[in-house]
Design a protein around this ligand. Sequence first.
Ligand code: UD1
Ligand code: UDP
Length: 368
Amino acid sequence: MNILICFGTRPEAIKMAPICHELTNKGMPYKLCVTGQHREMLDQVLDFFELTPDYDLDLMKPNQGLNELSARILKGVNGVLEKEKFDLVLVHGDTTTSTMTAIAAFHKGCKVGHVEAGLRTYNKQSPFPEELNRQLTGRIADYHFAPTQASKNNLIKEGVPEKSVIVTGNTVTDALNFAVAKVSHTYQNENIDRLKKLVDTNKRLILITGHRRESFGEGFKNFCKALLTIAKEPNVQLIYPVHLNPNVQEVVYKMLGDVSNINLITPQEYPSFVWLMSRASLIISDSGGIQEEAPTLNVPVLVTRDTTERQEGVDAGVSFLVGTDTTTIVTKTSEILKQLDRFKTMKNPYGDGTAAKQIVAHISEVIK
Ligand code: UD1
Ligand code: UDP
């Protein structure tokens, strides 16, 4: 069976790396195509997981529009599918890369496997455009690797045949375990050394990220205003690796660039970001992946979005949906800072670290 794995952004690379490793461990050859929807943020993940693409479409442009990017991915992936015949194309999640690749593969008669399938908000404006991307890929896919039972249930309700859905846990846990093990042994990392100097161990560390398109404008400004107030809490240090999207960079550096206990830093390589998460008292973020990683590290997360397709973390009491209202973010932060002890033993609802093994076993047994 000829397998193509295709991804393009930082989170997809982190979550597909364990599958690449497992295919290699099992002696199953595959080809890797990266669209380069992200560049620097993707390359650092490829380096850390020691992955070398067979095809690099190098498509990123500054502040790229969704339609233009979509068209370029469709055309670029088509070129790869015309060079080689693939039986199965594996895509991940909800990005422009994954949906456009799924469409290109379908047009070329390839089977499509969707990793991290079935997450839903059923609100096509939130997350935008990811909710609809994931639904579209779900319509196209032949094999659905759902991280949780709830995501499987969504697919079944939508009429996806039960035998094509397998619950595997999320590969994010596999990746996190790999990173924690690698970082805790002989791994030398200048970034972690720099962070050790930056982090004030006498203060409570609040780690921040933010990048969602639907929050650009007022929502993002309100979020920054909330951070200005939170920085006045006693004994806190805020560290914010700022996403490279110019819409984020401009507002964040303008509003938060000059506050002594808010440290704006460049997006971190995965190992140094994991190092930061594991030392944080609280994370404030609109990221999907971080909502899944935090429970493994016993860190509570305020989710600065109006909806989440990761309700499992909310139900487990580790994630809190706060939207982008300044007062709500500030109030919930003070509340959580007063009860940090209760998060020390959280159960991770997103998987046990064997998702990639289960996905690859399924591919080798069922998909001929
Ligand atoms: C995309 C995904 C989103 C994911 C996010 C992860 C879609 C529709 N959305 O967001 O689901 O959560 O990536 O970060 O696919 N940039 C760089 N260097 C990089 C990466 C980005 O400079 O390495 C800048 C570029 O100016 C780029 C911009 O950020 O144009 C936005 O990147 P893009 O992939 O379009 O981001 P989103 O669509 O917001
Ligand atoms: N991440 C990282 N460096 C950073 C911020 C995040 O490596 O500076 C990792 C994080 O651990 C998670 C993933 O990137 O695995 C999440 O990516 P992002 O928030 O960009 O996308 P999303 O998960 O929202 O799609």
